[in-house]
Design a binder for this molecule. Structure first.
Ligand code: SF4
Ligand code: SF4
Length: 273
């Protein structure tokens, strides 16, 4: 049995909002019954672009991360819906636009905040993976079709091939701890969810390229490792919050910095070896 999945590469999204606009173009003012009723022009973001700015001046990493209904396999909205939300055999989770009338409570059941309330229609609404188009033979959603960078991919995969695809592509689920088993997967999710320690290295009055930077956690385990670029800048990435020791080595020189407190991404400034 094939299942529809979406793969979003956070590193490829540049926040153009083309996907948000394509969703609006497809759904505002259009009834695609029984799949969806018209999306309001304002307030609803069935396709939402979250923003995160990591680091501090001058080493800043602005990140955009698209989110929409995750089409969860273990969906709280279905459990709460008593028939007002259902799953099709292809894995799509859809709102029943007749049974869900008046069910404002469903908005609060989604841990991803993917359900929006339409006061005019008295109806909860959300992304449908453009099910009306898929049923008409499309192989893309409007948002995946429009994406100019390839950040959003849409595909149908055999259910038994999904684990190997996840492994091969290094896919992750956003907020996996919710336990809802989303069918939207992310690549390079760390760019949105994790932190880095950065700095600018100077040696003999020049930018220090090629220095090795190793970050250790308090158990002495390597938490991140990187090297400095031609400007002497480095980003030791994919760190959880915590306290770390940093070792910087170039040629025969070494600099140790202890107890770097990471609660968000840190710029340690100019460091001279
Ligand atoms: S993301 Fe939210 S609305 Fe979508 S299936 Fe999961 S719980 Fe339901
Ligand atoms: S269209 Fe693609 S690049 Fe643009 S915001 Fe959407 S996912 Fe990101």
């Amino acid at each position: 049995m094939k299942r529809y999945i979406m793969i979003i590469d956070v590193s490829k999204c540049h926040g153009c909002h083309n996907c948000f606009l394509a969703c609006k173009d497809e759904h505002v003012g259009n009834t695609w019954a029984p799949v969806s009723m018209p999306q309001p022009r304002h307030e609803h973001r069935w396709r939402n672009i979250l923003l995160n700015e990591r680091g501090q001046y001058p080493l800043v990493d602005p990140v955009c991360m698209p989110v929409n209904c995750m089409m969860c396999e273990n969906a709280p909205c279905i459990k709460a819906g008593n028939g007002a939300v259902y799953r099709r055999d292809d894995g799509l989770v859809l709102i029943d636009n007749e049974k869900a009338v008046g069910r404002k409570d469903l908005v609060g059941t989604c841990p991803y905040h993917a359900i929006w309330w339409n006061a005019e229609l008295d109806l909860p609404q959300k992304c449908t993976f453009c099910a009306h188009l898929l049923d008409a033979g499309w192989t893309e959603t409007r948002c995946s079709q429009i994406c100019p960078t390839g950040a959003t991919k849409f595909m149908a995969v055999e259910e038994n091939e999904l684990p190997s695809l996840i492994e091969k592509e290094g896919l992750e689920r956003y907020k996996d701890e919710f336990g809802t088993k989303p069918m939207v997967f992310y690549k390079n999710l760390y760019r949105f969810t994790k932190c880095f320690i950065s700095g600018s290295l100077i040696m003999d009055g020049e930018c220090c390229e090629g220095a090795e930077i190793t970050v250790f956690d308090k158990d002495g385990q390597i938490a991140s490792r990187t090297s400095s670029n031609q400007y002497g800048d480095f980003y030791a990435d994919e760190l959880e919050n915590g306290v770390f020791d940093v070792k910087i080595a170039a040629n025969d020189k070494t600099l140790n910095i202890e107890n770097v407190n990471v609660v968000s991404s840190v710029y340690m400034g100019e460091l001279t070896l």
